[in-house]
Structures are given as C-alpha cells and as structure tokens.
Design a protein around this ligand. Structure first.
Ligand code: BES
Ligand code: ZN
Length: 892
C-alpha cells in the first residue's frame, strides 16, 4: 500500500460518459489458491457519440499481466502501457475483440476485495472496484454487459463452482478437474460480478412468482452450517413476496443463490443472482444467534434481495449516486421490516442508530452530503450518511407525496429506467413527474451536509385562544460548506387536548394515515409560523411524529408537558422522545451538579410509572425502548465539550438510582415477562425478552448486594437461547471481573467450533462496563483466537471497544487510543477498508474535552506519520486532522 500519488481526488463534476462500450464479455477462470489464471475476452466498440479516436483505458490493479491479443493478434508490449491502476491501448478500430490473460493470487489477497480465499473457499467481492483486481476492464457501473463465465478447477477441492445468472453447461475434464459455465440473461455492471468455488452443501427451496414462474433458491454453506439456514430462506421468500405486493416487482431470473462466507468486509453483497453474505447475516440457531441477529438477518436478506430492482435492474451511473441504490434500498428494507416486526420499537431503534452514528458524522470532520461531490477512496463513502440519512430522505418524500403518490413515482422510475445506469436526479424527476410536484428545493437534502436544527417556540394566547408554533431552521457549517440554504421538510405533529386525545387542529394539512390525528406541516423557509385556533386551553404538541425528518428539535416544553406526552402520546416515537428529553434533562442537571443537590423527581417518578405498567406482549417492544436511558453518544452530542468519563459515570449513577428506587417493580417486571420455552424468534416473544432483559440490566447495576447476581446466574444456567444467555453474562460481567467468572469460560467452550459464538465472547468482554475493560481488550488482542485476518473478529473486539464502549475506550491516560492506533497500523497493511473504518473512532477528537482531545489527536498524528498508508486510511486521517474552518465545528 504505497502512500503516494494514488491519493487523487475524484469529482462528480468530471463525470464523462464512457468512450467505449462492452458488447459482450467472456471470462475464463482456471482456479488455484495461489495462482488463478483469468482469460478475459471482450468485444468492444467505440461509443456512438465519440467522433475522435480516444485511447482505451482499462482499470486493473495488482494483476500479473501475461498476454494481450487484439482481434486475434498478440500485441507486443510496445502497443500498450501499464501502470499500477490500469492499462492503456491507443489507435484502436471502432469495433474490436480484446483478449487479456492475467494471473492473481487469491490466497495472499488479505484485502478481501477482488478474488480471495476464505477458509477453503474462493470467493469475490467486486463493489465498488474489486473487479479491477480480477481482470482489466472498464470497472465503472455505467458499463453494462452480459457475462459468460467459465470456471475450471480441481474437482476435489472445489466441487461447487458458482457465478451469476444461469448454469448453461458443466462437465468433467482431464486431471480430476471440472468446469461450469454461467451466463447472464440480462446486462450487468462489473461490480455485480461474483464467483464462488468450494466444498459447499446446497439447500434447495423454491418460490412461485406472482406471474406463476418458479424460481429455484439455493443456499450454499459449509456442511456444519446446513441446519442454520431456515430462518434466512424463509425471510428471503417473505421479501420476494413483499416486493411483489408492495411495488409489483417480480424476481427476474430462474435461480437465486446465496453463499455464506466467514471472511467478509461487510454484511452482504447483492451480486446479481448470487448474493454473498457474511455468515453472521445468514446463519441462525437459537444457540448461536440472538433475537437481534434473527432480526438483522431478516433485514439484510431483504436488503440484498430488494437491490434486485433498486440497484441491479436499475443501477448507478457513477459512485456519486451510491445513495440512489443504498438509501432507497435501506428505506425499502425498513418498510419491509416495519411490517415484519410491527412493535413500535423498531422505528425508535432506527432513530437511535441515526442519532448515535449519523448525527455525529454529520457534525464532524468527515461530514459529507448524501450525494458526495468528491472522494479519494469510494470505500470510505459507504457511510451512515449515504445509507441511513439517504433512507430518511426517501421517507420524507413518501410523507410529502403521500403513500400513493410515492408509489406512483416508484412505478415511473422502474418503467423509465429499467436496464439503465442512472442518477439521483432521475429518481427525483420520476417522483416529481408522477405527482406534478416541485422537488427543486427538496433536492438540497442530497447536496447539503449537516443535521438541521428546528428551534420551535410554542406560545399560547389565552385571549385569542390561539396556539402558535414559530419555527426557525438552522444548519451549522460543515467542511467545505459554510453557508446553508433552508431545506424543504415535513414536520408531522399533533395537538393533544387535556384528555390526551388528538384534536383536529384548524390548520389545513395532510393526515398521516398511520398516526391518527397527525398533521404534516411543510417547512420550506428559514422561518415559519403556524397558528392553531379555537382552543379552550393550551394544547400539548407532539412534535416530529414518526421521526418525519432527520432533524434535531429544540422546543420550550414544560417538563410536565413532557411527562404528559409520555403518558398519552399515541405516536411511539414522540412518546419515546418525550421520556428521552426528561431523562436527558435529568442527566445534564446531574452533570452540572455532581455533588447531588439535584433532587428533581419527575423523571424518576415517570420511569416508575412505566415500570409498573402492565405491558401487553404487543406493547413490550415500544416499552423496552422507553426504559432505556439516552445513549452515551447521544448525551455527548448535546454538550459543548464531551467528557466521556463524566457522561458514563452520570448515566451509571442514574441507572443505579432508578434500580434502587424501583427494585421490586423491576423484579416484578422481570418475572412477568419470562419467555416461553422452547425458544422461538417470534416478534412478540422477542419483545418480551427484550423488556425482561432490560429489567435484569437495571438489577445488575445494583452490584454484588443486589438481586442481579443471582438472577443472572440462574438465567445463564437455564437459558435455551443466546439472547438470554448473553444478557445474563453481560450482567455478570458488570458485577464480577472476567477472570473470576466461570460462566465466561463455559461460554468460550460453547464457541469452540462456532466462529460467530466466539465473536460474541470477544465482543462481550469489549463491551463490559467495567474499569478493567481496556486492559482486558489489550490482553485479548494477544489471544490465539484473535485473528486479524477475519473482519468479524476484529469488529467484535476492536469495533465494540472503540465504537460501543465509551467509558472503556476513552481512558484518561490515552491507553485505549494507543491500543486502537497500534491495531489500525497493523491492519492497514492487510485490510485497509477495515483499518479505515476503525480510524473513524478517533476522527471527532475536537469535540472532546481535555485530556481526551489531545490524546486522540496524538494518535491521529502518529497514524498520519506512518511511512506506508493505504489510500483508505489516509483519507480518513487527513480529513480528521484538517484545521482551519473546521475548528468551528467544535463548538456546535
Ligand atoms: N452493496 C452493499 C455491500 C457493500 C458495502 C459493498 C460496502 C461495497 C462496500 C450491500 O447492499 C449493503 O449495503 N450491505 C450492508 C447491509 C445492509 C443491510 C445495509 C452491509 O454490508 O453493511
Ligand atoms: Zn445495499
């Protein structure tokens, strides 16, 4: 990974349509772990509009070039030039055939991009630019062609040979070798190419599409995982049906294949007809997957399936359009999830994620628009902004256009652009044309970085019986964008009368069907005022219902009004937001007043009411969210300077106070929601387990003298599922150190032959709320099972430590930062993508108080001074350290 000229910036404004088109592509792979030969035969032609004779530049990296043939004639090396990024040929005819032979070494490819080995398998990852590590090609998403792929390999070692599309031929060859030929019926871009070879067992199922076609489903996994695929297969069929029913979209091929691999940089990849999944998002069994895993598997399976229409049939023109497929598909998988898991907690968890990851990103040095205008390394732009904020933008469109209007827009988008590589503009045009709706201002959501704030002043005028909302929107500067324009957004609200019922407000607005009594206020200007007339007394306003826009809200609520909303608001998000605000207020007061004269009881009493309430199974999901204190990261976001230790301590103290005050009630809650045996990952049972385990978590806060120790030990012993076992262990880890915990050793043994369980063993210790955690993490980096070549293991230990355990990571002596930066240094030379992701945890150093900020910066500077850095890491580090205007960001 040379740290030099490779770091050039790519700009959206420089986009040029391709000068050559690929009419067809034949690939031949002769597989070998250490030397795979790739023969690539393409028919190319100059694009119709090109009038001159431009050179052909093919992308290719880390390839051993063996031979180039043009129209059957071997080219000598003077006819082309090769550099580390590709190959250039000049003076070409308008139409020609190129044959290029290259060799790659999958075994030594630790980046997990291109063709690589995972265990005894060979597999590929091509998005965004992995294909150029397989062969020389026009590796850009607007080049679409039908692939015919022949795979040849030793039969014993690689009995299963897979690629995209349909299997058109297979057979045996001399020398115990065999082959398979796969062909695409539809054109696809190179990033959707996939190849898998290995000793795999195949589970077969089928699906009848709405037009009556039978689709064969194949899940290919290692033998020991055969019994862990049912959940994912069922989820796939549900997602296939849902896209038919919701969007009228049918699967287009006769075969849908999924492969599970252990070493994978991401969650999963939507390769056409051959999805490749991180094992973590396919394999599930009660003993090795938690409720959240079951839910996540369903979500990822749906996500990759739904890409077939939003991503594959209609793809991106260039990588600046990434949110066109990712934001839209996250929105679609969220929509799917909302009906699969209807408890109110799901939307709240989406909001928590957005606030804990996307809002901080948007307020830090790595902030970028949902449609970035420039990048150095595209892998660094698979961000929560492009994904989750991108999904929120689509959600806002759905609210503004209404559900039917939104669907109409989607139909026009599908009809107009099937088979094309398009832009975000094309999607917005389809929406705008379908509804005769001007989205000119709305488009700014894609161009402007930063989280807008709505300052909402409520005023009650008894003389005129008027309730007035005055709204000012604002957005702080972000890197490269000092001036911000006002955004167009839907603010869903309701006005509650003193019985807690929504009462029709006299202002015109649209009804939101799911949320009775809600109205959507359209905000366009920097300042707006809405007057509601005819009220007998001051109503209580429920704001941003359903989290109708990805904004922060400040408002002049009276604390009693917030408690009223906790009790009465029927919108699950707004009710949750009300108690979060009360809790946050309490925490901030405690932080200002650590000596303890803060005696306000309102939050503690409100919490008590919730603990005592008899929650039905259907309500349990939303209820469990109500009982969770604001996340540490979110608390930090509310402060001028983040003192992670103070935040953590205060939050813990409040947790303990609540547990002491409501101990009996929490024990009762714990007992009431015991889940039935045997375990089943059904939404209602998952919700009850969640609620019960939150009660247990509070009781564990009481330490050795509380009931938590016994309850956790009992629960650990009798658990028939991973959710309960882990909840018990994490409680125990809070009370007793890892070294003295026999349960932890027992758990380790359970994971002996199951890498996913072993990941849990690492993650659990990295997440422990214990003063020794950082030390323990350091020890674990020397554990024989800590494999840096496996991204899941790295994320389990270091990702959990640096991104999900504030108090352990932010040691006042900088130990946590030093540990992380050492690991980043090592990882960068093998897997830059993973290294760059981890480095994100240091990027927001300016927001922290002393000594944290200085210590974080010191580690960033060490990383900046490394003689060899990947382009990935370099971009993250350099942007994190940039000074000047960004210093302003510190004081948001
Ligand atoms: N296309 C992506 C996979 C990907 C991610 C490729 C990053 C290249 C770089 C896939 O559709 C995806 O988005 N996967 C997510 C999971 C999904 C449920 C949001 C992932 O892997 O995290
Ligand atoms: Zn995706």
């Amino acid at each position: 990974m040379a740290d030099n000229s490779l770091a050039k910036t790519i700009y959206l404004k420089d986009y040029q349509p391709p000068a050559f088109l690929v009419e067809s592509l034949k690939l031949h792979f002769s597989l070998d772990q250490e030397r795979t030969l790739v023969t690539n035969t393409m028919q190319l032609k100059r694009a119709p509009k090109v009038t001159n004779n431009p050179p052909l530049r093919l992308d290719g990296r880390q390839l051993e070039l063996l031979r180039v043939t043009l129209d059957g004639n071997l080219l000598d090396s003077g006819r082309y030039s090769v550099d580390p990024e590709g190959l250039v040929i000049e003076n070409l005819p308008t139409k020609f055939t190129l044959e290029i032979v290259t060799a790659v070494n999958p075994k030594s490819n630790t980046s997990l991009e291109g063709l690589y080995a995972s265990g005894s398998m060979l597999c590929t990852q091509c998005e965004a630019h992995g294909f150029s590590r397989i062969t020389y090609f026009l590796d850009r998403p607007d080049i679409l062609t039908c692939f015919t792929t022949t795979i040849e390999a030793p039969q014993k070692k690689y009995p299963v040979l897979l690629s995209n599309g349909n299997l058109i031929n297979k057979g045996t060859l001399a020398g115990d070798r065999h082959f398979a030929i796969w062909q695409d019926p539809f054109k696809k871009p190179a990033y959707l190419f996939a190849l898998v070879a290995g000793r795999l067992t195949t589970l077969e199922d089928s699906f009848i599409t709405m037009s009556g076609r039978e689709v064969t489903i194949h899940f290919h996994v290692e033998e020991q995982n055969r019994d862990k695929c049912n959940h994912a297969i069922t989820a796939l069929k549900k997602a296939m049906r849902w896209d038919e029913e919701e969007y009228g979209r049918e699967y287009d091929l006769d075969l849908y294949q999924v492969v599970a691999v252990d070493d994978f940089n991401f969650g999963a990849m939507e390769n056409k007809g051959l999805n490749i999944f991180n094992s973590k998002y396919v394999l599930a069994q009660p003993e090795s997957a938690t409720d959240s895993d079951y839910e996540a598997i369903e979500g990822v399976i749906a996500h990759e399936y739904l890409h077939n229409w939003t991503g594959n049939r209609i793809t991106c023109r260039d990588w600046f359009q990434l949110s066109l497929k990712e934001g839209l598909t996250v929105f679609r998988d969220q929509q799917y999830g909302a009906q699969a898991y209807p408890g109110g907690g799901r939307r709240i968890r989406e909001v928590r994620r957005l606030r804990n990851f996307q809002f901080p990103e948007d307020a830090g040095p790595l902030a970028h628009p949902v449609q970035p205008k420039e990048y150095v390394e595209i892998n660094n732009f698979y961000t929560t902004t492009v994904y989750e904020k991108g999904a929120e933008i689509i959600h806002m469109l759905q609210i503004l256009l209404g559900k039917e209007g939104f669907k109409k827009g989607m139909q026009i988008y599908f009809d107009r652009h099937d088979g094309q590589a398009v832009t975000i503009e094309d999607l917005l045009n389809a929406m705008s044309d379908a509804n005769d709706y001007d989205l000119g201002q709305f488009r700014r959501w894609y161009d402007q970085a930063g989280t807008p704030t709505l300052a909402i002043t409520q005023s009650w005028h008894a003389q005129t019986s008027e309730f007035i909302l005055s709204i000012i929107q604002n957005c702080s500067p972000t890197p490269g964008q000092t001036e911000k324009q006002p955004l167009h957004l839907p603010l869903a609200i309701a006005l509650l009368n003193s019985d807690g019922n929504e009462q029709a407000a006299t202002l015109a607005g649209e009804l939101v069907p799911d949320s009775p009594g809600s109205r959507v206020l359209e905000i366009k200007d920097k300042k707006a005022e809405f007057r509601f007339q005819g009220w007998g007394c001051k109503p209580v306003v429920s704001l941003l219902r359903g989290f109708s826009a990805p904004v922060q809200i400040t408002s002049n609520y009276d604390k009693k009004e917030l408690a009223f909303l906790v009790a009465h608001d029927r919108d699950p998000f707004s009710r949750w937001e009300a108690i979060q605000k009360l809790a946050l207020n309490k925490i901030l007061n405690l932080m200002k007043d650590p000596e303890g004269s803060e005696t306000d009881k309102l939050f503690i009493e409100t919490f008590g009411i919730l603990v005592k309430k008899k929650w039905s199974a259907a309500e349990a999901d939303g209820a469990s969210e109500l009982l969770i204190l604001p996340d540490e990261i979110y608390i930090g976001e509310q402060l001028n300077e983040i003192d992670p230790q103070a935040i953590s301590k205060t939050r813990q103290t409040l947790r303990k106070t609540l547990a002491q005050r409501w101990q009996q009630e929490l024990e009762a809650l714990y007992n009431e929601h015991q889940s039935p045996a045997p375990y089943e990952p059904l939404p209602a049972e998952m919700a009850q387990r969640r609620l019960k385990n939150i009660a247990l978590n509070y009781l564990a806060a009481l330490g050795l003298k509380g009931p938590g120790l016994d309850l956790c030990r009992q629960q650990y012993l009798k658990a028939d599922n991973l959710t309960d076992r882990l909840a018990a262990l994490s409680g125990l880890l809070e009370i007793i150190t890892a070294e003295e915990l026999p349960e932890l050793d027992e758990f380790y043994l359970r994971g002996k032959n199951n890498p996913l369980l072993k990941d849990r063993w690492f993650a659990l210790q990295a997440a422990a709320q214990h003063p020794n955690t950082a030390q323990r993490v350091e020890e674990l980096t020397r554990h024989p099972d800590f494999k840096r070549s496996n991204p899941n293991r790295v994320r389990a230990l270091l990702g959990t430590f640096a991104a999900a355990n504030q108090s352990a990571f932010h040691q006042p002596d900088g130990f946590g930062y030093q540990l992380l930066s050492r690991e980043i240094t090592t990882l960068d030379s093998s897997n830059p993508m993973v290294a760059a992701r981890l480095a994100g945890s240091l990027s927001r150093w300016r927001r922290f108080s002393s000594p944290f900020s200085t210590l974080m910066r010191e580690e960033l500077e060490k990383l900046a001074a490394l003689p060899q850095r990947s382009r990935d890491l370099r971009e993250i580090i350099d942007k994190s350290l940039v000074t000047s205007q960004n210093d302003k960001l510190k004081k948001i």
